[in-house]
Design a protein around this ligand. Structure first.
Ligand SMILES: CSC[C@H]1O[C@H](OP(=O)(O)O)[C@H](O)[C@@H]1O
Length: 317
């Protein structure tokens, strides 16, 4: 059975609490938009496409009792970087204004995202040679989307096409989306993988042990700059220095048509506490300051290709 991050149940949303993985599978029953907003803000659910889908269902729950504009704003204000959130909420508000069934709209958003992931998997799998060692950052799998995944979806598709693919999984401090979530997904399906600390990737590239890097995206600008999990930019510089192909995999719902340069993308800054401790484990003196930028910007010049459900855009030869 495929991994799912959420299930819409008509009058509530069942959400897998990703803060509890990999030790526990805890499902939250969300019955109003405030609970959904809190789940997004606290990263019980995360991942640009998943956030868009879940916010759409939160919008349905909210407008049963609240003014749609208020509901829209509450959900919109949860996290500032992932464009899919705004794209989905604008689509829901438009559907409402046009007299369409909002529940059908939200379910279409979910189904379209899943279909896009499968399509990107089919397109992207041919870029992964049989026997390849690939590196991925953060979590871009079923937990970050409506299912299957974006970058991890390409890796899944390559695996299920019969190719031998091994995945180096960047742990991705501080939330550990890689070591906690990507490894959990890959283990469930028996896809070979090795968790590494974030600082290991460059040395593996120098030793010729990485054949390609595949990452997701939270927002992509008109010129092809990409906002993604913090550490992505560093990986892109290392990949460029070592001649390793660097692929971004994202549906068209991640593309922001209003922004030219990545410098104009708002970068979420999260609590210092999330850097200085993890699940009650102290990682730094409580008196020390910490800087917690949740995303960074990778310039188009560092990207080999962007894979979308509409095709593969080669940024550079
Ligand atoms: C399939 S895109 C997932 C994207 O979202 C992640 O961020 P977060 O876990 O903070 O929501 C990361 O940037 C991934 O690439």
């Amino acid at each position: 059975m495929e991994v799912k991050a959420f299930y819409w149940k008509g009058d509530h949303l069942l959400l897998l609490d990703q803060r509890e993985l990999p030790e526990r599978e805890v499902w939250l029953k969300l019955t109003d938009h405030l609970q959904v907003a809190d789940a997004i803000k606290s990263m019980a659910v995360r991942g640009a496409p998943a956030i868009g889908c879940v916010a759409s269902y939160g919008f349905i729950l909210g407008i049963k009792k609240e003014d749609p504009q208020k509901v829209y704003q509450v959900l919109r204000n949860t996290r500032p970087t992932a464009y899919n959130l705004f794209w989905a909420l604008e689509r829901m508000m438009k559907a409402l204004k046009e007299g369409k069934d909002p529940e059908k709209e939200a379910m279409s958003i979910e189904q379209e995202d899943y279909n896009a992931n499968r399509r990107m998997g089919e397109l992207g799998k041919d870029l992964i040679p049989d026997g390849a060692n690939v590196l991925t950052h953060c979590n871009t799998g079923a937990l970050a989307t409506a299912g299957w995944g974006t970058a991890l979806g390409v890796i899944r598709s390559a695996h299920y096409s019969g190719k031998k693919v091994h995945v180096f999984v960047n742990e991705t401090r501080p939330y550990l989306q890689g070591s906690r979530l990507t490894a959990w997904e890959l283990l469930k399906e028996g896809i070979p993988h090795t968790v590494i600390t974030d600082m290991t990737a460059g040395f593996l590239m120098k030793k010729g042990l990485i054949d390609a890097v595949l990452v997701g995206a939270d927002r992509i600008t008109k010129r092809g700059d990409v906002a993604n999990k913090i550490g992505t930019y560093t990986l892109s510089v290392l990949a460029k220095a070592h001649g390793v192909p660097f692929y971004v995999v994202a549906p068209t719902s991640t593309f922001d048509p209003n922004i030219e340069s990545g410098e104009d993308i708002p970068i979420e800054e999260r609590s210092e506490e999330e850097v200085k401790s993890f699940k009650n484990c102290t990682l730094a003196p409580k008196e020390s300051r910490a800087l917690h930028l949740a995303f960074d910007i990778t310039p188009a010049e560092n990207i080999t290709a962007i894979i979308t459900e509409e095709g593969i855009k080669y940024i550079k030869p």
